[in-house]
Every structure is written in structure tokens, then in C-alpha cells.
Design a protein around this ligand. Sequence first.
Ligand SMILES: Nc1nc2c(ncn2[C@@H]2O[C@H](COP(=O)(O)OP(=O)(O)OP(=O)(O)O)[C@@H](O)[C@H]2O)c(=O)[nH]1
Ligand SMILES: [Mg+2]
Length: 252
Amino acid sequence: MPESAGRALRLGVVGPVGVGKSTLIGTLCRALGAELSLAVITNDIYTDEDARMLRSAGVLPVERIRAVETGACPHTAIRDDVTPNLMAVEDIEADFAPVDITIVESGGDNLTATFSPALVDAQIFILDVAGGGDVARKGGPGVERADLLVINKTDLAPYVHVDAEQMVADARAARGGLPVLPHSESDQDATGRLVQWVRTILDDHRHGRHVPRDPGPMAPHSHGDGTVHSHDGEHAPGGEHVHADGTRHSHS
Ligand SMILES: Nc1nc2c(ncn2[C@@H]2O[C@H](COP(=O)(O)OP(=O)(O)OP(=O)(O)O)[C@@H](O)[C@H]2O)c(=O)[nH]1
Ligand SMILES: [Mg+2]
């Protein structure tokens, strides 16, 4: 039985800007908060807006929702240097022990951002139909290999001229059997399936059956300010990082 089975399930929620990550986390908190001990960590670059939005929505006691202001690209904070996030996760789990599930929301990023398995045990990647029907076909590490892919805001499909069923079929083809869930916040059946998926992962985690999977690093890219991120390894070259067992490495 892995040591992680004795602590909270750490569940990442990631995907492009505005796809509905915070809304979906709110939905999960409402559905599970009465029977499970939940905590939420949000990531924003400069603000704590997502945490404030979830607190004001009243989905959990406000003190169970904390923000990490990353001050850097969201993918850096969930992949290359997870230390601030891992500390926030460990702190909130200690303060509200025992926590059943700690949900970590990534700042909205591009299609290729994924969580490091040093930070989360499982991750949900979200796309929405408004981002375009071809996005699922284009793939990427999160689309192809996250533990669950949600195709969100299916209620908007007719308005943005997207064939949601085709988008789901493309996603299934890209994922080799990993689950794909069409969802919108107004679709209670879909929300029921989402909640059931989380319950199953939690049960697998507790019984040592869940094996964290690394969707893989994002592709090399450069930023407007000229910085180049290679993402050729799990961590920034020379950057200190922390492993799931708490050991710190600094490659300097
Ligand atoms: N039509 C529709 N709108 C939705 C749905 N889910 C979320 N939204 C709306 O989409 C907008 C963005 O939702 P958020 O939950 O803030 O998205 P997010 O991914 O957390 O955004 P960032 O954290 O800024 O990247 C809000 O106006 C939501 O009300 C849905 O299922 N259908
Ligand atoms: Mg958000």
C-alpha cells in the first residue's frame, strides 16, 4: 500500500482560461462537501480571485479555500516548481485533518499545461465547446492522458456551431480508453457521473489501487518577454523541487 493512500486524495483541475474550472470545483464541493472533508487550493498569477469567487459562492466553509499567488506562469507552479503549492496543500491538510480530498485549481493556461505527479494524485483536464470543436482532435498531454477529460459547457454547443458529440468522439479516439465526460453545469446527469468518477478515484486511492499517472511535460515554448521554457524534464533546470515523499532536490 503506497504511503499516499493514508492521506487526502490530491485532485488537480487544469485547462485553458475560462473553461469552467472554478465552477466545476464549486459543483464538486456542493455535491460532496456534506459527506467528505474537502479543501481547495486555487492558483492565480497575481490575484486570489478564484478563491474569493468560490468563498463567496458558499460552496465550503471559507477557511477551507486558500489561494496560492504564483507570480509566474500557471504551468510553472503546477509542474516545474511545485513547492509553494505543495506547502499550501500540506498546510491545509494539517489544519483540517483528516481531509479526504484536496482539490487544486491551476491558473488558466494553454492546452499543454499539466500537473506534476509530485503535486497531485489525479487530474481532470477541461476543454469547453466554446474553445472550438477541433481542440480535442489536436490533442496534447492533458487532453490525451489526464485521468479524466471533461468536455464542458455542452449547453453552448448550438450557439458556437460545435458538434459536441463529434468533439467527444474525437477526444475518445485521442485517449485510448481513458474516460471522457461531456458536461455542463445545468446537466445534472453529467454532474452525477462526474461526482461518481471522483468517488471511484477516492476509493481506489484509499485502497492503494490508484496509480498516479504523469501526462507528460508541455512542449517547449517561449514567452512574450523572450524567456524560453524547455520543459524537457519534470523540473526547471537547476530549480529546487520536492518529491511526493517530501525530499527536496536542488540540482544546483
Ligand atoms: N454556459 C455555461 N457557462 C459555464 C459553464 N461552466 C462555467 N461557465 C461560465 O464560464 C465562465 C468561466 O467559468 P470559471 O469557472 O470561472 O472558469 P475557469 O476555468 O475557472 O476560469 P479561469 O480560472 O479564469 O481560467 C463563467 O462565466 C461561468 O459562469 C457551463 O457549463 N455552461
Ligand atoms: Mg478559475
